[in-house]
Design a protein around this ligand. Structure first.
Ligand SMILES: [Zn+2]
Length: 533
């Protein structure tokens, strides 16, 4: 047998054992170790002793949204609200009057002066349309020019327009109230989305990511365009879909189909449609809000905020009904649920749907699954649900999360080890652009669980480097029904892997990405020797 490529002189961790080389034919692994080295090949790549592991797989990210943030004003490093205003003033000098200025990534928990306001934005950009995306993506601050264009009489259920003491809007729109902006900014043009997918993908390859799951296309809070699947298809046709994508479809896009096909998309498309590069994944549903924004639905009040228990984005009965209909129609379901109250409601809804229509291998998911009591933990495991927490949240927004929960509930926050020990399969994910999505950073956080203030949040939930790596590879693949071909480096799997400078199973904090291979092709490399044929 003559193969397309042999990657050799490496320490390859397949996911279960160690070997020295990988042989690739038609994008798949056809041999490992000495068997691979002895094959005749069109191309031989010397990996210089690098550590090779399965490609990283982000089970919950917003790829197009992240790509677009690369063109927005970055606000994540601002420490004082005046720095936010200064950054917007700087961009206002470059953007023609009347145009949009979009900032992203501010977090009032880390800003002296709190949330920016429309008055502050009006001062620095009086002639522009300004909107600042909160890093949670659950709220946005807009300038008066934008506010004037919104129909504030039509605030949707599950959101609010924040008012100051005088009863006038501060510019802050929370949760579903962000949908008021829709007529101004939706849909995002397809070419803008393709550019965003392209730019995001370049970054992902440099970080060792080979597969992602996009957490909500089409509509709703996360979707960018009703034709968003086409944007990914165009990106692929133009050669700029650089990583494999599973697209979750916003529940807002599903409707009752004729002929007993049930709840779904036109043409009957549903979970599983597609191929090894681009697939339709679960239906994505939002139950509640954000923990640091204190809008997630809780059983008890937020710490030091009597009376605030957050809220649902839709009435609970509607959530349960949507879950039942999607489950009945054969969809995998991924529900965003953060507060313990929202999680109870969603577990109830999954349980009822599974009781009405039993399905063995459903893999229904709870995105974030952030505040989990011991009782709910046991139910999540018993129903074989897939919790999808984000390890990187601990370091970037952990202090704000701990403050929102208070000491009594802190140990329930973004669990990891408890899920694994209860028998759940744990994926790895970032919710990028909410936090930095580089998997090596996420892996370190999954192991260390240190907040930016240095606080150890949930010591009992720390994972070993090996467990964290398994989550970010096999676990994510499992969450997308893809573990038979990605997430491990067995013969027959797709040849998606990353070469690292250190062993991530023991020493992840010292590892950096040397090369990334997708479908057997060297898609990114840093300082490698290609020995040729
Ligand atoms: Zn998300």
């Amino acid at each position: 047998m003559r193969v397309d490529a042999v990657y050799e002189n490496a320490r390859v961790f397949t996911g279960s054992s160690w070997t020295s080389a990988v042989a690739v034919l038609h994008g798949r692994i056809v041999a490992l170790g000495e068997d691979a080295e002895s094959l005749s090949t069109a191309k031989r790549v010397d990996l210089g002793g690098a550590f090779v592991v399965p490609g990283f797989h982000d089970a919950h990210n917003h790829m197009a949204m992240f790509g677009m943030t690369l063109d927005e004003v970055p606000l994540g490093e601002c420490k004082h609200v005046d720095e936010v205003y200064a950054a917007i003033a700087g961009r206002a000098a470059e953007v023609p009057r009347g145009g949009w200025i979009v900032g992203s990534g501010y977090d009032q928990n880390r800003l002296i002066g709190g949330h920016p306001t429309r008055h502050g934005l009006d001062r620095v950009a009086p002639d522009h349309l300004v909107r600042l995306q909160h890093n949670s993506r659950h709220m946005v601050v807009v300038s008066s020019n934008v506010l004037d264009r919104l129909d504030l009489a039509k605030v949707p259920v599950g959101g609010d327009v924040v008012l100051d003491e005088d009863g006038s809007p501060t510019g802050l729109l929370r949760e579903q109230a962000q949908l008021l902006l829709r007529p101004l900014i939706y849909p995002t043009p397809l070419d803008t989305l393709v550019r965003a997918i392209d730019r995001a993908g370049e970054r992902y390859l440099a970080e060792g990511i080979t597969s992602v799951q996009e957490a909500g296309v089409g509509g709703g809070l996360a979707g960018q365009s009703p034709a968003e699947v086409l944007a990914y298809q165009l990106a692929r046709e133009r050669g700029v879909l650089r990583v494999r994508g599973t697209l979750m479809v916003s529940s807002a896009m599903l409707h009752e189909l004729p002929d007993g096909a049930g709840f779904g998309l036109d043409l009957g498309l549903r979970t599983g449609m597609g191929d090894e590069w681009l697939r339709i994944g679960p239906m994505k549903l939002f139950a509640d809000g954000s923990l640091i924004g204190r809008t997630a639905a809780m059983h008890e009040d937020y710490a030091n905020e009597p009376g605030n228990r957050g809220y649902f984005q839709q009435p609970e009965e509607e959530l349960a009904d949507t879950i039942l209909r999607a489950h009945t129609a054969g969809w995998q379901i991924a529900t965003h649920a953060i507060g313990d109250r929202a999680i109870s409601t969603i577990v109830d809804a999954y349980e009822a749907a599974l009781k009405a229509h039993p399905r063995a291998d459903h893999r229904h998911r709870i995105e974030h699954c952030a505040v989990v009591s011991p009782e709910e933990l046991a139910r999540i495991a018993a129903l074989a649900l897939v919790p999808v927490p984000q390890g990187r949240f601990i370091s970037e927004i952990g202090d704000g999360m701990a403050a929102a929960l208070g000491p009594a509930r802190e140990d329930w926050c973004y669990r990891q080890r408890s899920f694994v020990e209860a028998g759940c399969v744990l994926p790895g994910s970032s919710d990028r652009p909410v936090v930095n999505g580089a998997p090596l950073l996420g892996l370190v956080d999954m192991v260390q669980r240190r907040t930016s203030n240095g606080y150890l949040l949930g010591a009992a939930e720390r994972l070993t480097p090996m467990e964290a790596l398994r989550a970010y590879t096999y676990g994510s693949a499992y969450a997308a029904f893809r573990e038979h071909e990605v997430g491990t480096l067995d013969v027959g799997c797709l040849a998606d892997f990353v070469a690292l400078s250190a062993d991530p199973t023991t020493n992840v904090q010292d590892a950096s990405v040397l090369a990334t291979v997708v479908g057997g092709t060297l898609a990114y490399e840093r300082g490698m020797t290609d020995a040729g044929a």
